[in-house]
Design a protein around this ligand. Structure first.
Ligand SMILES: [Mg+2]
Length: 342
């Protein structure tokens, strides 16, 4: 098999602010793997929170091609060989997605079908970045106008207005609302905020505390809102500890290193009685298509990354009645947008 890759920088549709910072563009890595005249494509979204960048992805991808071998279906064996390279969730996710896309194309089946899964899962939430309460409500209304029917409000602004943001959104819509503090609160702050958020109908709170915070178990025991863990849960090795501090986990391919590890995490979570969210970074439709292929296993879906960027260079995922629906064509069902190939 032959692997080529490139890093791309895409502008965001609106500036994106969460508790730990703001950005106006996103750097992604696109991997293509060819075998027997067919080519599979995959994307990884390096995340600075986990010490990743496009450059660190390149270090891994420069060597990954030599370890692929000549059987794209030997996914476990390939994964074992790639384990000799430095850990890098985004680079691994890009390779894993490209291999799954290739296998699907070789078999003539969509990846979700190759995996024996449903084509679709629950409606996706749409993430509204941190803004003042009025702007948050305006962005929420705009999202609903685009056909989204679940909102995820980014909180943890540190300005004392987190509850006001939710209240402002509640004043303009009754759609389900979740929130994500991205590690910004202390346990005491969370215990003070969560009853007010519960009263406003917030369905779940994502990563209220810093990963590994010793107050996690205490917060879980007293929280009136289910807690989903994101930054606390990168790979299978993290899932068991999450049962002590959360009610569910947010699985992202860019953290897990791809579909195979994500599936292991889903099953481990179920064994521990945890809820499952399939989430994403800010990604193009190429990355979202891979996550869509396992979304049928989720209780909650947060696959809005492609809706947050301007000029998505890929096609293959369609938003239908609030659900991100993958194509019914072989592999991930993705192709490059015409504007980039002409
Ligand atoms: Mg999150």
């Amino acid at each position: 098999m032959e692997l080529v890759y490139r890093t791309v920088t895409l502008p965001l549709a609106v500036p994106w602010r969460i508790a730990r910072g703001a950005k106006e563009e996103v750097e992604l890595v696109h991997v293509s793997i060819s075998h027997d005249g067919l080519t599979g494509h995959g994307e990884g979204a390096p995340n600075a929170r986990y010490g990743e960048s496009g450059v660190s992805a390149e270090v891994v991808l420069d060597h990954a091609g030599d370890l692929l071998g000549d059987d794209p279906f030997a996914l476990e064996a390939i994964e074992r060989r790639l384990a000799d390279l430095p850990p890098h969730g985004a680079a691994r996710a890009a390779v894993d997605a490209a291999l799954h896309d290739l296998c699907g194309r070789l078999a003539g089946l969509p990846v979700w079908r190759l995996l024996g899964l449903d084509r679709t899962g629950p409606p996706t939430s749409y993430s509204v970045g941190i803004a003042d309460p009025d702007e948050t409500a305006r962005l929420a209304q705009a999202a609903i106008g685009r056909g989204l029917c679940v909102l995820k409000l980014k909180l943890g602004a540190g300005d004392g207005l987190d509850v006001e943001r939710v209240r402002a959104v509640r004043a303009v819509t009754n759609v389900p609302v979740t929130v994500d503090a991205n590690e910004a609160w202390t346990a005491d702050e969370a215990l003070e905020l969560l009853p007010a958020l519960a009263a406003l109908g917030v369905e779940c709170v994502e990563q209220p505390l810093p990963a590994g915070d010793p107050g996690g178990a205490r917060l879980k025991a007293r929280s009136p809102v289910p807690i989903y863990l994101d930054e606390d849960c990168r790979t299978l090795a993290d899932v068991a500890a999450c049962a002590e501090r959360g009610h569910g986990i947010n699985i992202k391919l860019a953290k897990s290193g791809g579909i195979r590890e994500a599936l292991r995490m889903v099953h481990a979570a179920r064994a521990l009685g945890l809820g499952v969210m399939i989430g994403c970074m800010v990604e193009s439709s190429l990355g979202i298509a891979a996550a869509c292929s396992v979304a049928g296993l989720a209780d909650r879906v947060d696959l809005d990354g492609n809706l947050l960027i301007a000029g998505d260079p890929w096609r293959g995922v369609e938003l239908i009645d609030g659900v991100q629906v993958p194509a019914n064509t072989p592999g991930l069902g993705v192709h490059e947008a015409l504007s980039r190939t002409r």
